[in-house]
Write a protein that binds this ligand. Structure first.
Ligand code: ADP
Ligand code: MG
Length: 479
């Protein structure tokens, strides 16, 4: 199937081509014809599968573009409002469609002015309801979209959403999109949608199969060491680390920076401007690691996230699906790594069952495994390194003092010192330990016994120069 098959306006086909989309994704294939038919829909598809275009393209096709507000998209967070608005603006570019965002934390007046010129409003529930109830805006949209509906439920927006719909009585069509479909969502759909068509992706496809999922078993005090070791081993180009608590986000971001990574935290207590700055840095290539709470990183669409790390497992399976969905976007491969303590086995088991995905048990690489890998990298670097003209003079000077082989040994020693691996030799549980612990947990064994009496170790050690792109890291940190 191609986008041409939908018989969309030429201006839209051009925008689709400009966006680099070649074929519609499965959710787009099923949803677009139904929306074009004028029907209400409830669509469930995993994150990163192109839900924005699934509603954006058909709605833009049906809109009159007469300068009135014709479409309202309601999203859970400010970041998503900006992201969805950007994506819709991109599709509507050749139709001269203007989009406006509405969210809390910024001045009312500017937003109201923007609304008056826009065809599409993308809004978070709180501020939108505020504007509607205070009669600050007078709009009569034909189309209303609830995007990431499950997240809005989780964030407690249900009542606001119900009230919002009281103000949008003349709408012709209502669409609901969600990554998961818990009961309250279905109930809401039955209440506010008219004879909706349900599109659901089958269970085994709930998580993206291109995401390799693994877990490592450690003791509580080893989480930091395990995270650093896994970073060093996996060398992620862009990673998100999820924590349960804001205070873990703050502590870990400081710690990772002290270890030479370019890392920043993202959580709900930060100012709006600060959060936008962090996201912008992460989207551009100015930040290697983003450490975030679930709420702060919901729905975030950043290209090229190679790894998602669960510093702790999330509270529930749906959060797990959301978290790992930050990688493997747009059909790319991704890796989801969970650091798990024996006390978390119950959650792990539940996630495995609910998600229906294989999460593979792995061992944290020990020092020599990492050294082998660094050495291999070192050999590759030497093989591919081009000889720069500027070194000829330097070599002439060296050759006056030493013979060639001595020079080579000395230079190699300097370089090798940089690949030295810091930290403890082994971190976390061995394969045998893990098997035993998992079995015991399955039998309902006493989990408290697996807690270690040792204190937190490792986090105070300092590291020498890092191998690989350590220089880039340092430079990035100073920006
Ligand atoms: P979701 O809302 O399902 O999480 P998004 O709408 O944010 O997903 O889309 C995820 C990413 O995939 C975006 O960067 C988007 O531009 C891209 N994308 C969407 N549809 C296609 C397509 N048909 N072909 C290629 N990329 C696509
Ligand atoms: Mg989305």
């Amino acid at each position: 199937m191609t986008f041409q098959d939908f018989n969309l306006k030429q201006e839209l086909n051009k925008a689709i081509e400009n966006a680099g989309f070649t074929a519609p994704s499965p959710i787009q294939e099923s949803a677009i014809p139904i929306v074009l038919n004028g029907k209400d829909i409830v669509a469930q598809a995993q994150t990163g599968t192109g839900k924005t275009a699934a509603f954006g393209l058909p709605l833009l096709n049906m809109m009159k573009c007469d300068g009135n507000v014709e479409t309202v998209v309601i999203v859970p967070t400010r970041e998503l409002a900006l992201q969805v608005s950007d994506e819709l603006f991109k599709f509507g570019k050749f139709l001269n469609i203007k989009t406006a965002t509405v969210y809390g934390g910024t001045a009312y007046n500017r937003q109201i002015n923007h609304i008056n010129n826009a065809s599409i409003i993308v809004a978070t529930p709180g501020r939108f309801l505020d504007l509607l109830s205070k009669k600050q805006i007078n709009i009569d949209p034909d189309f209303v979209v609830l995007d990431e509906a499950d997240e809005m439920m989780d964030m407690g927006f249900l009542e606001d959403i119900k009230k919002i719909f009281n103000y949008l009585k003349n709408r012709k069509q209502t669409l609901m999109f969600s990554a998961t479909m818990p009961a309250p969502i279905k109930k809401l759909a039955e209440k506010i949608l008219v004879e909706p068509e349900f599109i659901t992706i089958t269970q085994k496809e709930v998580t993206n199969t291109k995401i390799a999922q693994s877990f490592y078993v450690v003791e509580e005090y080893e989480r930091d060491d395990a995270l650093i070791r896994l970073f060093d081993y996996k060398n992620p180009s862009k990673a998100i680390v999820f924590c349960k608590m804001k205070r873990d986000v703050d502590r870990l971001s400081t710690y990772l920076v002290s270890q030479g990574f370019s890392a920043k935290g993202l959580h709900g207590d930060m100012e709006q401007r600060q959060r936008e700055e962090v996201i912008r840095a992460f989207k551009g290539d100015n930040l290697e690691v983003l450490i975030a709470t679930d709420v702060a990183a919901r729905g975030l669409d950043v290209k090229g996230v190679s790894h998602v790390f669960n510093y702790q497992l999330p509270f529930d399976s749906e959060s797990y699906v959301h978290r790992i969905g930050r990688t493997g976007r747009g059909g790319q491969e991704g890796s989801a790594v969970s650091i798990v303590t024996p006390a978390e086995f119950k959650s792990l088991h539940k996630i495995q069952k609910d998600v229906g995905a294989k999460i593979e048990s792995k061992i944290v690489p020990n020092k020599s495994a990492l050294q082998d890998k660094s050495l291999q990298q070192f050999l590759n670097n030497i093989a591919t390194q081009e000889i720069d003209e500027s070194v000829i003079e330097l070599m002439d000077k060296l050759k006056d003092q030493f013979d060639l082989s001595t020079i080579t040994y000395k230079l190699a020693s300097i370089l090798l010192a940089k690949t030295e691996v810091k930290g403890k030799d082994t971190i976390g549980k061995s394969k045998k330990d893990i098997e035993y612990l998992l079995q015991r947990a399955a039998k309902g064994g006493d989990r408290s016994k697996s807690r270690s009496s040792r204190g937190r170790g490792g986090s105070s050690r300092s590291r020498g120069p890092r191998n690989g792109n350590s220089n880039n890291r340092r430079r990035d940190n100073k920006r």
